[in-house]
Design a protein around this ligand. Sequence first.
Ligand SMILES: Cc1ncc(COP(=O)(O)O)c(C=O)c1O
Length: 419
Amino acid sequence: MSVSNNISNSIPFLDLITPHMELEQELTSVFRKALQTGGFIGGPMVEEFEKAFAAFCDTSHSIAISSGTDALRFAIMVSGVQSGDVVVTVPHTFIATTEAISQAGALPEFVDIDERTYNMSPERLQEFLEQCKRDKYGKLISHRSGRPVTAVVPVHLYGQMVDMDAILKLAEQYGLTVIEDACQAHGAEYFSRKHNRWMKAGSMGRAAAFSFYPGKNLGACGEAGAVTTNDAVLADKIKVLRDHGQAKKYYHDVEGYNGRLDAIQAGLLHTKLTRLAKWNAQRRERAAEYDRLFAAADEAAVTPFEPSWSRAVYHLYVIRADDRDGMMNHLKKVGIGTGIHYPIPLHLQKAYTALNYSLGDFPVAEKAAAEIVSLPMFPQLTAQQQARVVEEILGFGSRFNRKQAEAEGAALATADRTA
Ligand SMILES: Cc1ncc(COP(=O)(O)O)c(C=O)c1O
């Protein structure tokens, strides 16, 4: 991931400097306040941020956690998932999703993604659930591992919403808990046909996890995360879990974790949260501009698909291209940063050899991983920079085509001579 630098003609993949320089005074005053009060852990800065983030997500609670991974782990642990249970998710996500599942004591099992949204396919989830059996106690048992299936983790990848009505309906039908991985989707919205209204990412499952890793739409100046939920009991359990299992100092009801968020990070996040709606709107404008530029070029690349029920926040702008690696190399040479999110689906990662999946198990995720490329995307990206990105992509494409044409031409010429 290249970060903004001083080469004037280069276009970074993301810019972590400009937004912080614009807010320098407000951000440094947070730091000063912490120094002056000695309030480094917990306290009003954390509580005020939690309140504000819950309000932003339309949930009654938000619990600040030290990272998105731990936020997801804690959300799974308090949602009734027992050690050894199966939690169903997708192979096309960052490994933190499955790390959180495994580290909560559960077993990740996968279903494929939808080809257009890159998110969990409700049809594939349905197929998976239909293949499960019921044991004599009525528990849903995975056909793969023989273990109880108790939860689903849909991931709103790239800031695009999962089709939550469909997932929630299946979960209700099969008695599963839904925990949203909203780590890339701060402020994304979903139009629920069931509730007939727009709903925020993180407000629809039993609980949801957010990451505030610096490059996220809302990023800390270090590591940070949060759980959101409308369940007060769950919120209290997570507060205990993040703080060594104590609700009262040195009275430990359970063995917990050190999963608290620093007060300084909470203060910095609170300052940046006041700009998040604007930054998300700017990301949507930048995405629309890329869409326009690609559409004008006869859709030389497959651009992101936004269903009518989704208002994405474009954490990433991901296209598909035939010669993805060649194109990325070309863009690198001309100073344009890109990324692949993610190059190897989780079921094929070495870390998950023991899960016994094989190539071909999730063809949609596998194909996506081979073709996707994330283009520069951040609120301060300019239309001129985008025009240059697309121009370079088209230029590369035409060179690629010319080469192919030349090769075909040469073959024809050889055929002519030998005729
Ligand atoms: C989809 C997804 N899940 C979970 C995480 C984990 O968040 P963190 O890096 O804050 O632990 C991330 C962050 O990178 C993510 O993108």
